[in-house]
Design a protein around this ligand. Sequence first.
Ligand code: NAP
Length: 255
Amino acid sequence: MSGFETQLYDGLLIAGLACAAGVFVLLHFVTAPYGRHARTGWGPSIGSVSGWVLMETPAVAVFAAFFLSGHGCRPGWVWVFVALWEFHYVQRALVFPFRLREAGKRIPVLIVVFGIIFNVYNGYLNGRYLGVHGGAYGPAWFADPRFLAGAAAFAAGMAINLHSDHILRNLRQPGESGYRIPQGGLFRWVSCPNYFGETLAWAGWAVATWSLPGLFFAVWTAANLLPRARAHHRWYLAHFAEYPTARKAIVPYLY
Ligand SMILES: NC(=O)c1ccc[n+]([C@@H]2O[C@H](COP(=O)([O-])OP(=O)(O)OC[C@H]3O[C@@H](n4cnc5c(N)ncnc54)[C@H](OP(=O)(O)O)[C@@H]3O)[C@@H](O)[C@H]2O)c1
């Protein structure tokens, strides 16, 4: 990286980490207006399937472009991280949206724009880091307890996220748009195991890569999804008199 880019990169990383705390607080007061929290007053909207594809595709492409632009991409081991990232994001951008049972629901363009900005920012930070510094990950790193623990957390988080989204999807028949109480899997303990899985996966990524851009992503995922899980949980309690009272929002027994 040039001196200018190093300064830019460090500035984006530090500013991004600092902003996450503010976002975490803000999202306890303002819930992003899509899905069950959709409401008027947020400007024009687009179909939710197109919205998800537009929001998430930059995470596939920007990450790959910046990874390939670095000189550290030649050694074989770093491709393990590229495969984990792309597995997650190809699923999220190009598979998940087309399996939604959303009956024509819409998402505000503003939310899509925020999503694109975040995914470009995050794709640059993580892709560029692995492209430039990825050569440092050799065979020894892949036997290191930090990698093993992080990779296990990533795999467990992804499995929980995919399984929980599968349960949610099957609460509706094609063409339906209403809500039911989800049961099974980690729904036994929390209202939003899909968010729990997502947060665990990116915490695992941060540990497995042992990197500041990995930490940035993990912190932003938690800052975004913990307050949203609280909002979902309150919504369930307000809409279903029989909702299981022992369930927490996102962290079993705690939060
Ligand atoms: N990394 C990040 O920061 C981040 C941010 C946001 C989302 N995500 C991930 O993206 C995925 C989707 O997020 P999301 O916010 O849309 O999740 P969500 O609110 O849990 O909804 C997921 C899908 O299930 C449906 N659904 C949820 N609860 C339902 C219920 N009780 N009955 C019937 N259908 C139900 C939703 O319909 P409606 O849309 O009609 O409510 C939506 O189609 C998740 O895997 C999440 O982890 C990641």
